[in-house]
Design a protein. Structure first.
Length: 131
C-alpha cells in the first residue's frame, strides 16, 4: 500500500514538473526569438532566487520565474509573468534591474538577451537598445 502511494505521488510531481517545463520557452523558441523577435527592454519587478540550470547547445541558462514590465516599440508597457531563460554569467535578474529582451509580438513569448543598456554588440545579439 505504501509503495502505491509513493508511486502516485511520484507521478503527480512528474506531471507538474512536465507541465511547467512545456509552458516555458524551449530551445528552438529561444533561438527563433533572438533572430526574429522585436527588441525591447524589461524592468524586473520580481524574481525568484531559485533557478533551474539548463543548456542550449554550449550556452548555459537559468530558468527563473519573474514578473517583468516589458517595453517594446509601438506598444504601451505591459506586465508579463512567467518562466524565462536567462543567460548565465551575463545577467543577475534582481528586482529593479533592466534587461534587453526579444518579444514575439503574436504569442507574447519573451527571451532575455542580456543586461539592459548598450550590450547588444558585445554579445553579438543585435543593435544596442536606445534609452
Amino acid at each position: 500500500m505504501a509503495g502505491i502511494v509513493i508511486l502516485v505521488i511520484f507521478f503527480i510531481v512528474f506531471a507538474l514538473v512536465k507541465s511547467a517545463s512545456t509552458k516555458a520557452l524551449g530551445v528552438n523558441d529561444y533561438d527563433r526569438l533572438t533572430r526574429n523577435g522585436v527588441r525591447g527592454r524589461a524592468l524586473v519587478l520580481a524574481s525568484t532566487n531559485i533557478a533551474v540550470n539548463f543548456r542550449i547547445g554550449m550556452r548555459r541558462f537559468e530558468r527563473r520565474t519573474m514578473t517583468l514590465e516589458v517595453e517594446i516599440p509601438g506598444r504601451e508597457p505591459y506586465i508579463a509573468q512567467g518562466l524565462y531563460p536567462v543567460p548565465r554569467g551575463l545577467v543577475e535578474p534582481i528586482p529593479g534591474s533592466m534587461l534587453d529582451v526579444a518579444v514575439d509580438a503574436r504569442s507574447g513569448q519573451i527571451a532575455v538577451l542580456g543586461p539592459g543598456g548598450f550590450t547588444g554588440p558585445w554579445l553579438n545579439i543585435g543593435p544596442p537598445q536606445p534609452y
